[in-house]
Design a protein around this ligand. Sequence first.
Ligand code: ADP
Length: 489
Amino acid sequence: MSNQPLKVLFIASEAHPFVKIGGLGDVAGTLPLNIRELYPVETGGVDIRLAIPFHHVIDKDKFDLRAITSFQIPGIEGPIKTNVFETSLGSLPVYLIDSSILPTSGPVYHTDASIDAPVFTHFSLAVLQFIQEIDWQIDLLHAHDWHTALSVYILDQRRNSNPFFKNTKTLLTVHNLPYHGELSMPILNAAGVEFGDLSKLPWWAQERPFPLGLLAADHINAVSTGYADEILTEEFGAGLNEFLQTRSSDISGIINGIDYQSWDPSTDTALAVNFSVEKLALRSKNKTALLDEVGLSPDPETFLIGMINRMDHQKGVDLVPPALRDVNDLPWQAVILGTGDPEIEKEAKLLEEDFPGRIRSIIKYDGDLARRIYAGSDTLLIPSRYEPCGLTQMIAMRYGNVPIARATGGLKDTISDYDESKHSTGFLFQKAEPTSLADTIERAIDIYNDKRRWTGLQRRGMKQDFSLNQSAEKYHDLYLKITSETTGA
Ligand code: ADP
């Protein structure tokens, strides 16, 4: 057994480069491959494979696809035809699970739960059916967030009756706790899923996918140690804090990493000029180019604020207009890039009228422009109300950009607040309030005017290690720990 590779199926709702909406897509598109490369199958490492839904936005022509199996899953209105295609990402096998239930147009996620519930409930059922079809008996199922949490619950329910799953352990990673999912019960009933004792969950959570997964998972981890602690509190526990406290001995935190090859200012082809910590002076050319690109006045000495965000209440974008009004007298310009909630998008756009010539709000998803904002702006504003891990602050630091962020979750874990010491890498503010943000912008501009101190902050940020390897090693250790424990339930 010990020389056999560990068999792990990693399931997620999105994965770059197939489909990426947020940080989950970054993680699912990089972490499994990194684990596979660090712990090769040939030397008894980890046979990890990825499965995601075959969303219509995935460009079929970009990937080499092979149909490997098809089967049916019982559905409310009759059997649902499911086709599985295999492709690869480097050495990582990737399964795209296609079915008649997937929307053929529109966004990947909807605010209307009646669209997303069938998609992700079916996916959760299908991955379990799929591994039986190809007779791949895994040691560990690693699921992420509400979209795939049901597979953890269903697997646990079937463990006793189906020998195929008897020795399979489960890990559920919490990227974003407040999104629980809903409306899955009729679909699960149609598929013949049985339910055990749910009384440990609050009554209102007993029919929701994420809580069901959290109830059943052998281990739970959050995407930073800070967030692992926070989800046990009333403020961040999304109503599940008391339940999660009962599981606290099975909860840990692992900070995500970023792909250092992809996010490298010395080779990034989207930038006007490449630079590195040794050639930091070259960075300023990216600022000039960015100002020119977005049509702001070319004033390279003025503090340039960047923001790259899903426009969601979580991200605290609404704190920005009043905070900027508070520091109206100070010299700054701002470039905001994001999409999401139409109301927040509108507010961001209105900022351009409030601050004529000083702000550009670009409402779209644009990976290359995001790179130029990381490289060209002096600071990245991350005023999140909560931030389980956050990748933008890590990318910012790698690009010599000094983040201003709310002291929460992964932001607090990865940014060291400015003080006179030789450790600080950014600026943190405590309260999700405009005045707290405004004070911190003022503090940052003060230090920005002292070029020696500012360059010190930039250099320290660029030298931090947020590489994927360190998170891949921690996940590997966790996989071994979970799979070596005997099944409790
Ligand atoms: P979340 O997963 O909550 O959205 P993260 O900070 O973990 O936030 O990850 C966000 C990722 O999405 C980063 O890679 C960031 O660069 C990218 N991103 C967010 N909004 C945009 C946008 N409008 N255009 C391009 N990239 C974006």
